[in-house]
Design a protein around this ligand. Structure first.
Ligand SMILES: [Zn+2]
Length: 455
């Protein structure tokens, strides 16, 4: 006698969350009801959509048109499921059977979690959502040494407290190495080996080490994905394991406030950067937008031709500045661009100097002002890898690289024109943010290279 049986049931209600927002991928789809003696009945989605004709059948949801094509994949799925279940049942492997039947599903892979998270994130939060994922994936990548692709296949249960603590230790050791000459710094592989061998120093939690701020920021971003809000609003469709260990890891003590760059560093960078205009004009543009206007890297990436405006009578114009071209940074829903302080309608206006304007205007037919001919990854790499690496040579003792330019710019404004002006030019939500990070008055005052202040 056959052990157990199955029937197909028409799904009546859609589940309200989908991998792709608004795309009900399989609804209505066939549900497989499996019967095995001694086991509770529970429907399992066959992920096979029901055709219109089968849907139109009236009466019980188990009544189906005989042998319609749309049922074939569902039947195949059900047959397979029944076969595996019978096998486990005969071997008395009830635990495995329960897991198979969805009693305790395996944790979804990071790729799936990412898919669902990004799909359910409100449009205006997608940029920061991507940043959160970049942080999370880098953390796992740095601890495990796996390739980005392989990391995405890991189950989300890999986000443990231990993983967070290991990463913080690795990262502190990595930061400590930054003050050494390039040849003496350890690779991530060497750092991981040292951690495994128990040779890395313990986590330093009572001293505000340089780099702790970045550790906090990255971990904070990663934690926001595993956190309560994300789980109840964005990851609602997934059954997730307990991630509270990962989320409970505390922030490190970090020193706030930007310290002035050592004397002459900016001049050296400028000297180096001047050459890029000939050798790599996109690199030059990125550097100019960050050092003259303090743009964030992601603002450089998002900047389009539409951001350039011509003002016949600029309200502000340094004597040497060009023809009245202004770069306007504001929320642009039509381009799906949002500033970091996204709730606020902040508009920042920067004078574009003649030399920079000349280069940018040549790109008026291109989609982007920065690196319009590169693919998205190439554009990002040019800033996050190439420019960072170039700057790192001058900023060896610093945790940040690209951001140092922005900070330097804002600090300069702060020192010359005060807090409100710095907040406005930096695009901070409140001037408290500015106070928090730039309160250190600069001992070494740089000259402002290009843009001057409004009004
Ligand atoms: Zn059908």
């Amino acid at each position: 006698m056959a052990l157990g049986s199955f029937c197909l049931v028409r799904q009546r209600k859609p589940v309200n969350r989908w991998a792709r927002a608004g795309v009900p991928e399989f609804f209505p789809n066939w549900i497989v009801m499996l019967r095995l003696p001694g086991l509770p009945r529970r429907g399992e989605s066959a992920r096979a959509p029901i055709c219109d004709l089968c849907l139109a059948v009236e009466g019980s949801p188990t009544v189906a048109r005989p042998d319609c094509r749309c049922q074939r994949p569902a039947r195949e799925f059900a047959t397979e499921l029944l076969k595996t279940s019978q096998h486990l049942w005969r071997q008395n492997r009830l635990q495995a059977l329960r897991e198979l039947r969805g009693g305790r599903r395996a944790a979804p892979a990071l790729r799936r979690v990412q898919e669902v998270y990004m799909a359910n994130l409100p449009e205006r939060m997608k940029q920061s959502g991507r940043e959160n994922w970049n942080a999370l994936l880098s953390i796992v990548e740095q601890v495990t040494g796996l390739s980005p692709e392989a990391v995405l296949e890991l189950p989300i249960s890999c986000l443990s407290k231990q993983l967070a603590l290991d990463w913080m230790r690795l990262r502190q050791a990595y930061n400590a190495d930054l003050s050494k000459p390039e040849g003496e710094r350890r690779s991530w592989g060497q750092l991981r080996a040292a951690l495994k061998a128990g040779e890395l120093p313990g986590l330093v939690i009572d001293v505000p080490l340089p780099g702790n701020y970045t550790i906090n920021t990255m971990l904070g971003k990663a934690k926001s994905i595993a956190g309560k809000k994300s789980r109840s609003f964005y990851l609602n469709a997934l059954e997730l394991p307990d991630l509270s260990g990962f989320c409970s890891v505390s922030r490190l003590i970090a020193r706030h406030g930007h310290e002035a760059l050592e004397r002459g560093v900016i001049a050296k960078i400028e000297e180096q950067a001047a050459g890029w205009r000939k050798t790599n004009v996109d690199l030059w543009i990125a550097h100019q937008l960050m050092s003259r206007m303090g743009l964030r890297p992601r603002e450089v990436l998002a900047a389009r031709r539409s951001w350039l405006e011509y003002e016949k009578e600029p309200r502000f114009r340094p004597a040497e500045a060009g023809a009245g071209w202004i770069l306007v940074v504001r929320n642009r829903p039509e381009e799906n661009f949002w500033q970091k302080a996204r709730g606020k309608a902040i508009t920042r206006r920067y004078v574009v100097d003649r030399d920079l304007a000349a280069v940018l205007l040549r790109r008026r037919r291109k989609p982007w002002l920065f690196a319009p001919d590169l693919a998205p990854t190439g554009r990002r790499n040019l800033i996050e890898r190439t420019l960072s690496k170039e700057l790192r040579r001058f900023l060896a003792s610093r945790k940040g690289t690209n951001y140092e330019l922005r900070k330097h710019y804002i600090s300069t404004i702060y020192s010359k024109h005060g807090r409100e002006a710095a907040a406005a030019q930096g695009g901070h939500a409140t001037s408290e943010t500015t106070e928090g990070y730039y309160a250190t008055r600069l001992g070494v005052l740089p000259t402002v290279t290009g843009a001057e202040l409004a009004g």
